[in-house]
Write a protein that binds this ligand. Structure first.
Ligand code: NDP
Ligand code: CA
Length: 319
């Protein structure tokens, strides 16, 4: 017996186009590393039973299987080899995993190895082209944060898609560091998605491979790293802004937890996409404060302190 799952609805965004044959469903989610949840996070209002792996693993899988994303981007994965890789492979997903070089999980007794970022894609929807694991730098110095970048080809449209998943440095006081890590990631992605020049004109217009960047940026929308992504020459837009009335505002929260230091309710997670080549067809609502409940997250109803972000994207008919 346990409380019901959150019931969340999609907002459909009909841009009057109507040509949404079969959109690409994307999920971004920091699933909370088991070792961090048990050993370091101190979610004071969450009973330890709710954090046990035997409960949480089913809730995490249930959340993924409820939405069945074609692309699944996860952070704080410390059960890749023994759980997510084999189970999701059985469901038709291929994947790549990049552990953090010095994961804080390793300091927790009884840990299951380092946590890291994992990128899963539905093999029936996408053909694999290439993948790389990146260690992010800040001012040219390698850091403890990573990204997985996978190049895919959509089997139904033949279009290429470059997908990145990352988890930037946490905590306040590190805003400059996140900004430097974000700049490093953007620089690397720009080199990857810039197609080889087709002629001598050197015209960079519309020559980028469509890009999708999912992550726990550990940064609120006013932070420098967010502004760098929003203003980058890659033409990125944040999918969850589409949920708001004016289409310009991020949700009020993507994480909500209570630590000994107090309550933390903030927007830190994003799905960025190339607005030249991709369109958002639908966005999954965040659960309400009432659904989340007074003890916040994680809980017996929901296995992570971060909420999943899910949206449907389509290629625009250009080029
Ligand atoms: P980060 O600062 O990026 O944070 C690591 C994790 O801690 C994140 O997943 C983050 O979650 C979570 N976190 C954020 N705020 C808090 C908080 N207030 N309380 C508890 N957890 C929090 O760490 P780094 O990757 O830069 O790793 C450095 C840290 O790891 C250092 O504290 C270091 O001492 C420790 N470490 C210890 C090792 C050991 O063997 N003892 C080995 C390696 C590292 P979210 O992103 O969801 O906010
Ligand atoms: Ca965390």
């Amino acid at each position: 017996d346990r409380p019901p799952r959150f019931h969340r609805k999609f907002t459909e965004l009909s841009d009057g186009d109507g040509s949404t044959s079969s959109p690409i469903r994307v999920m971004q989610w920091n699933i909370l590393a088991q070792a961090l949840g048990e050993g370091l996070d101190s979610f004071v209002q969450c009973p330890m039973e709710a954090i046990s792996w035997s409960r949480r693993k089913y809730l995490i899988l249930e959340e993924i299987l409820t939405y069945r994303p074609h692309i699944l981007c996860l952070q704080e994965v410390d059960h890749y080899y023994d759980t997510f890789q084999p189970i999701l492979a059985g469901l038709g997903y291929s994947s790549n995993f990049c552990p953090k070089p010095w994961s804080p999980c390793l300091g927790v007794e009884g840990n299951n190895g380092p946590d890291g970022c994992a990128l899963f894609y539905d093999q029936s929807r996408f053909e694999f082209l290439d993948s790389m694991n990146m260690r992010l730098s800040a001012m040219r110095i390698p850091t403890n944060q990573v990204a997985v970048v996978t190049m895919l080809r959509c089997r139904s449209t033949g279009r290429c898609l470059c997908v990145a998943v990352t988890h930037l440095k946490a905590r306040s006081g590190w805003e400059w560091f996140r900004s430097a890590q974000g700049s490093d990631l953007l620089r690397n992605l720009q080199n990857l998605v810039q197609k080889h020049p087709t002629g001598l004109t050197g015209d960079p217009g519309a020559t980028y491979i469509p890009l999708l960047i999912c992550g726990d940026f550990n940064a609120i929308p006013t932070e420098e790293v967010y502004q760098r992504f929003a203003g980058s020459p890659l033409g990125l837009e944040s999918a969850y802004k589409k949920l708001s009335q004016d289409g310009l505002t991020e949700p009020e929260y993507t994480t909500w937890k209570i630590r000994p230091t107090g309550e933390c309710c903030s927007t830190l997670d994003y799905i960025w996409y190339s607005q030249d080549s991709l369109r958002v067809d639908a966005v999954l609502h965040m659960p309400t404060e009432e659904q989340i409940g007074p003890n916040r997250l994680p809980s017996f109803s929901y296995p992570s302190d971060h909420l999943s972000l899910v949206c449907d994207l389509s290629f625009k008919e250009n080029e």
